[in-house]
Design a protein. Structure first.
Length: 421
């Protein structure tokens, strides 16, 4: 299935690389726009909780994790688009002693599904497709059981029956290293045509990166341009996300602005995923798990690249109606199906309400507040973006260590922002 070619010649501006220097490993850094440097940020009661300010509980906790080498990356907390706290810890490239920085570029893994979902919503707004179109109306080459049943809505809500290629109890197949995007997509289509649906579309929910990769192909076919170029033109540029892009593996390896992922290994060490394509995360099969750097370029399934400031800009542009009209923005952010049952917090309260799946984001409630969010995890990558719709807060966590390193950080972030802590 041929798709329009994408050229990575459209690269983000180097403006940020000529500005602020990042933090040295294991230390924090203040940048213009943070509370330390911008006195215009309101700090009154109910505006900036004490625990979110510089030196507060969140700041201290992340530093403690970094000091213990349990976190490496960038965190940014912003109120109404203005950063209140921005910190960077650890190394972007240990080999060349390049530190992480508050405006550093990170691979997003599945957090980039936010862009895929929004691209589809934009095309629906333009009348190019409808959510209940069969995918086969726009893409040929799907096996009959998929072509006759899977709709755009099913793919967006992870109810297509595709799941992911690595099924529970099965040993993952050998990971191929792709040296071009065309080769990568050819293997995707070859795999898809041999894949069997796990359930009848619409009857269950099973998270599917494969489904979102297929959505990326849908965007390319309907828009007439490569998926990555569509996102650049219609999401990154209108939102002012000048340092965001879908980089190739070659750029990932050579561009000093881009953080390298460091994967845990069975012996307790971490290895650079981009420089060690033969290795995978310890959380995979016997230490030979996923390594997203084996792919040549990110797809609709994930691994666009962005910065914490750009992801704050994304939240601001979304709320301001710059990326979709109000009705279609509401369609994008509102929950469509239940994603998981009510889960009580450890104190016996009900801080965590039910979680719903929206058209790209996950849409949970926490302590009675609405959030849209998405996280991403792969070997050496752990990311999270959260927009607190009722409170005008945005929280970004971009880590270049494995996923579980940020889970407690997200939990504390939510408690502090919603007033539960």
């Amino acid at each position: 299935m041929a798709s329009p070619r994408y050229s990575p010649d459209h690269r983000p501006s180097r403006r940020t690389t000529l500005g602020l220097l990042g933090a040295v490993a294991g230390t924090a850094v203040a940048v213009p726009g943070t509370a330390e440097a911008n006195t215009a940020v309101p700090a009154g009661p109910g505006r900036v909780p004490r625990g979110l300010r510089p030196g507060g509980a969140f700041d201290r906790y992340v530093k403690e994790l970094a000091d213990q080498d349990q976190f490496s990356g960038t965190v940014m907390i912003a109120h109404r688009g203005r950063p209140v706290l921005a910190r960077a810890y650890g190394w972007a490239d240990r080999e060349n002693e390049v530190p992480n920085r508050t405006d550093g570029i990170y691979a997003l893994a599945s957090t980039a599904k936010l862009f895929t979902g929004l691209a589809v919503v934009q095309l629906a707004q333009r009348g190019k497709l409808t959510f209940y179109d069969l995918v086969s109306r726009h893409l040929d080459g799907l096996p009959a059981p998929m072509a006759d049943r899977i709709t755009v809505h099913h793919l967006l809500t992870h109810t297509s029956g595709l799941g992911d290629a690595r099924r529970a109890g099965e040993k993952p197949p050998p990971e191929k290293i792709h040296d071009s995007y065309e080769e990568q997509l050819a293997d995707f289509w070859a795999n898809l045509r041999t894949f069997e649906l796990e359930f009848v579309p619409g009857t269950k929910k099973a998270y599917s990166s494969m489904g979102y990769t297929l959505l990326g192909e849908l965007v390319a076919r309907v828009s007439g341009m490569p998926f990555q170029e569509y996102v650049r033109r219609h999401i990154f540029l209108p939102a002012g996300m000048k340092d965001s892009a879908y980089y190739t593996r070659r750029q990932w390896l050579t561009d000093a602005r881009i953080a390298h992922p460091y994967m845990y290994q069975a012996d307790g060490t971490r290895v650079d995923a981009v420089r060690n394509l033969d290795k995978g995360s310890v959380y995979g099969d016997a230490g030979q798990g996923s390594n997203s750097a084996r792919g040549w370029m990110g797809t609709g399934g994930g691994n666009g690249f962005s910065t914490a400031p750009d992801l704050v800009r994304f939240a601001t542009a979304l709320q301001a109606g710059k990326l979709a009209s109000r009705p279609y923005t509401e369609l994008y952010v509102n929950g469509k199906i239940s994603a998981k049952p009510l889960r009580e917090d450890t104190s016996g309260g009900s801080l965590r309400g039910e979680t719903f799946q929206a058209y790209g984001p996950v849409a949970p409630t926490f302590n009675g507040r609405r959030i849209i969010t998405h996280g991403g995890g792969a070997g050496g990558i752990s990311t999270s973006w959260s927009l607190y719709l009722d409170l005008d807060w945005t929280a970004v966590i971009l880590g270049n260590y494995d996923l579980r390193s940020i889970e407690p950080v997200i939990d504390l972030e939510r408690r502090l922002i919603t007033g539960a802590e």
